[in-house]
Design a protein around this ligand. Structure first.
Ligand code: AR6
Length: 170
């Protein structure tokens, strides 16, 4: 099955979903952008879980393109799925890594039994991925990934992102 895709404009930390995806960095220890917002609103339990992950299987951090789950703390969700997008490079095609973020997040969601998942536009902020291309990869990958997740919501922070994703949904 492939999930129903919906778009909303807004703040992902205000959404209700089984799992909310975080555009994290390899350290898993927080940052700016959506990562900072998730930790701020979700509270310290998320960071505690991240630190536990670093102390166990992820001593060197989470590699780009992979995904891992923690508690969602005070967010209206059961889990946060942290994934590390690639930094955009004009010299090197890293789109397979960006696609992997969506695929791996859905794989982790399936392992957890999550049926509704909210994604931000991974890599389109600090990591500078051009919005149109990021939207094409995000929508294309979710459409082509078999999963038991029923509904994927892309939560876009501004009009430009929302319009780019809307063009891809057609
Ligand atoms: N809700 C939804 N989308 C958001 C929110 C929010 N609350 N806040 C920002 N965005 P970014 P990246 C959008 O920079 O490019 C962090 O420091 C934002 O407008 O959060 O993957 C991490 O720790 C943009 O479209 O993530 C990493 O170091 C999109 O989310 C690094 O940034 C992604 O922007 C990851 O960079």
């Amino acid at each position: 099955m492939t999930p129903a895709l919906t778009l909303v404009r807004g703040d992902i930390t205000r959404r209700s979903a089984d799992a909310i995806v975080n555009a994290a960095n390899s350290s898993l220890l927080g940052g700016g952008g959506v990562d900072g917002a998730i930790h701020r609103r979700g509270g310290p339990a998320i960071l505690e879980d991240c630190r536990r992950l670093r102390a166990s299987g992820y001593g060197k951090g989470l590699p780009t393109g992979q995904a891992v789950a923690t508690t969602a703390g005070d967010l209206d969700a059961r889990w946060v799925i942290h994934t590390v997008g690639p930094v955009f490079s004009a010299a090197e095609d890293r789109s397979a890594l960006l696609a992997s973020c969506y695929r791996e997040s859905l794989r982790v969601a399936d392992e957890l039994g999550a049926r509704t998942v909210a994604f931000p536009a991974i890599s389109t902020g600090v990591y500078r991925w051009p919005m149109e291309d990021a939207a094409r990869i995000a929508v294309g990958t979710v459409r082509n990934t078999p999963t038991a997740v029923d509904e994927v919501t892309f939560v876009l922070f501004d009009d430009r992102a929302h319009e780019a994703f809307a063009r891809q949904l057609g």
